[in-house]
Every structure is written in structure tokens, then in C-alpha cells.
Ligand binder design. Structure first.
Ligand SMILES: [Zn+2]
Length: 373
């Protein structure tokens, strides 16, 4: 969901992105401050001041969220965990972590860094609020609200439901005690789902017996949390089942390949429509040149399909991610997830020996779960 977004540049090698849903929450908060909170608390300002301070406060709030996420990311980077991007979206910010930490202590430090930075920011804004009490009412009001919201941010994130920061702290503690990541994740994410449901029910009550807008908001946050908790547990459980198994155990070996000079028209009729496969390796003289998928073909306009060749349509080898037969399946799942692809070619000594698809992994997991092994 968070792949789309507007790139803003990068800090410490981490690219920062704005998801489209962010604009909605940015406008909503600016509007709520300029038309609601500030006029109610400070009735003597002019309209321009309400909106100017509202806008500045809102921007600084999102900078605070970004600082919170950056703190997580910098601690992760220091521990050798790559961070792909930080995306600001409707519910705040999210860091795309390259892989899960391998030690509970690293996870604990990573998790606590965010709320800690929010607390420090809250303290700084509180200091500004006190220092400007007699100097400027708009400035002191801005600092007061930011001190308060950063404290709320720290407190909210410390709720012990995975995948929130507090839930990650809890998971790290259980993980360290039991030495069992899957069990720790199950406990922490079950609490996360319970908190999600609590928010949803609380929100429904709020909709009918209070403010429908706040209630709806709480329902949405609860729904998001429940989903994230369930998804994170599944990911860890899958990884656990796959660990120790190799690509060669699940890969498809009898892979029909296509030549590079074939037209897209013939590729569609002779290969895609005949086989039901969604992806073909492009091979010339036993050498893997690239991969052509259903999505690549869909991007070619109908009237150009008799002119374009497979070679012009495929993803070339240099840009492909690939795996080797002896690679661990848990790494393959991670790669498929972070690269958001459906399949990867299996390459050995520069030639293709098979394909491994998301479906291969899922049926491997399903069979093992059903058999209880
Ligand atoms: Zn956080």
C-alpha cells in the first residue's frame, strides 16, 4: 500500500516519501488547529494568524513524526540493518526495514529510540513554550501544542501491542527470556490485535454517543493496527517455517523458456495463453537474458504487439533479482516481499535452473502446516 508516494529526498541515505493519504491528514490537522483549537483557546488572534500558526504547527508536527521514524532508522542502521525508506502517511510514519533484527537487544534499542526521541522533542517544545510565555502568544501556543502532541505520540506508541513500538519492546523482552522469536511475536501481536479490536469497539461507541469524527478515526486506527498485527505475525511465522529449507526443495524445474527475438504477439498466443504461466525466462544459447512477465506484456499497446520483441519488453538480467538453489527459503520470502515480485529465477553458473514463486513458498507452508510438521 505504501509503495506509492512522492519522494522528498533523502537523509542519512534513507529516502523520505510522502504517501498521498498524508495530504488528507495534513489538511485535516491544519484546519482543526486554525479553525478549532487555536480560536477556542486564544480568541484574540486574527484569521491570518490562526492559519499561519496552524500551518506552522502542523508542519512541525510532521517533522516531529519524521524525527521519531528517523530515530528508529538510525539505530537500525548502526546495527547493520538496512533501511529502504521512511514514508509519512495518514496514520503517521513508517520505516521500511530491510530485514528483522536478529537479536532481541537490537530490537529493543530500535523500538525504544522512537518514543524516546518524541519525549526529548516534547521537552524541547515545552522549554520553548516556557521561554516564550511573555514574548509571543502565538509562538508559546504553537510550542505548547507541539510539546503536548509529542508526549501523546510517545505514550501512544508505547502501548504494548505489536507492531507498535511498545509491542516491539514487549516482544524483545519475551524473546530474550524464551529465546523463541515466533512465540514472542505471537504473544505481542495477539495483544496488538486485541488493542486494535478495543479501538474499533471504543470508536463505534464514540460514533453513536459522542463525536462521530473522533469515533470514526479511532475505528480506522484500530482496524489498521489489527491488520498490521495479524500480518506481522504471519510474516514471522512463515519465515520460521521456511528457515533451514533451500530453494532447490520447492523450485519449479521444468521451466519453458522463450527466445529473445520472438514478437510479443506470438509470446501471448503461443506461450501465455497456452500455459497459464505468468512469467517466462528469456534465454539465448543457454544464457539467461531476462524475464518477461504478464505485467511487462500488459504495458505494450495492442497495435505494437506484432512489432515489439520479447527482448524489448523483458526486464533485463542486470535489473533482475535472482537466487541460487542453495539459498535459504526465509531469505527468499524476505526478498519477494521487499522487492514486491511474484517469482524469482533460480540461477546457477550463469544459467537458469528453475523458478521459485510466491505460490511455491505458500504451498510449501500450507502442506507443512496441514501435516503439522
Ligand atoms: Zn515508533
Amino acid at each position: 500500500m505504501l509503495k506509492a508516494g512522492i519522494p522528498l529526498g533523502s537523509i542519512f541515505g534513507i529516502s523520505i516519501r510522502l504517501h498521498y493519504s498524508w495530504f488528507f491528514i495534513f489538511v485535516l490537522i491544519t484546519w482543526a488547529l486554525a479553525e478549532g483549537y487555536f480560536p477556542a483557546s486564544y480568541p484574540d488572534w486574527g484569521t491570518a494568524t490562526y492559519w499561519g500558526i496552524g500551518l506552522a504547527t502542523s508542519l512541525l508536527f510532521f517533522l516531529s513524526v519524521l524525527t521519531h521514524e528517523l530515530s528508529h532508522s538510525l539505530v537500525a542502521q548502526a546495527a547493520g540493518i538496512p533501511i529502504r525508506a521512511i514514508t509519512l502517511f495518514i496514520f503517521g510514519g513508517v520505516s521500511q526495514i530491510g530485514r528483522e533484527p536478529e537479536k532481541p537487544d537490537v530490537e529493543l534499542r530500535m523500538a525504544i529510540a522512537g518514543p524516546l526521541s518524541s519525549l526529548v522533542l516534547g521537552g524541547i517544545f515545552w522549554g520553548i513554550h516556557i521561554a516564550t510565555l511573555d514574548a509571543s502568544e502565538p509562538l508559546t501556543a504553537l510550542a505548547f501544542w507541539l510539546a503536548w502532541i509529542n508526549a501523546v505520540l510517545a505514550g501512544f506508541n508505547l502501548i504494548p501491542g505489536f507492531p507498535m513500538d511498545g509491542g516491539r519492546v514487549l516482544r524483545a523482552i519475551i524473546w530474550r527470556r524464551t529465546n523463541n522469536l515466533r512465540r514472542a511475536t505471537r504473544i505481542a501481536s495477539t495483544i496488538g490485535r486485541a488493542i486494535g479490536y478495543l479501538f474499533i469497539f471504543g470508536g463505534i461507541f464514540w460514533i453513536f454517543w459522542g463525536s462521530w469524527l473522533n469515533g470514526l478515526w479511532l475505528v480506522l486506527i484500530g482496524w489498521f493496527l489489527e491488520n498490521a498485527a495479524a500480518g506481522s505475525y504471519q510474516q514471522v511465522a512463515f519465515q520460521d517455517l521456511l528457515r533451514g529449507h533451500r530453494v532447490s526443495e520447492v523450485m519449479t524445474r521444468d521451466c519453458p523458456v522463450v527466445p529473445p527475438g520472438l514478437t510479443v504477439e506470438r509470446l501471448v498466443h503461443e506461450y501465455f495463453l497456452n500455459s497459464g504461466r505468468r512469467c517466462f525466462p528469456v534465454v539465448d544459447d543457454g544464457r539467461l537474458l531476462g524475464l518477461v512477465t504478464l505485467n511487462d506484456v500488459k504495458a505494450v499497446p495492442h497495435d505494437l504487439r506484432t512489432l515489439k520483441t520479447v527482448k524489448e519488453t523483458m526486464t533485463p538480467f542486470e535489473r533482475l533479482k535472482w537466487v541460487q538453489p542453495q539459498d535459504d527459503l526465509s531469505d527468499v520470502l524476505q526478498l519477494i516481499t521487499t522487492e514486491d515480485v511474484n517469482q524469482l529465477p533460480v540461477v546457477e553458473n550463469n544459467s537458469i535452473v528453475g523458478m521459485v514463486a510466491r505460490d511455491n513458498l505458500l504451498s510449501f507452508i500450507r502442506t507443512r502446516t496441514e501435516l503439522g510438521v
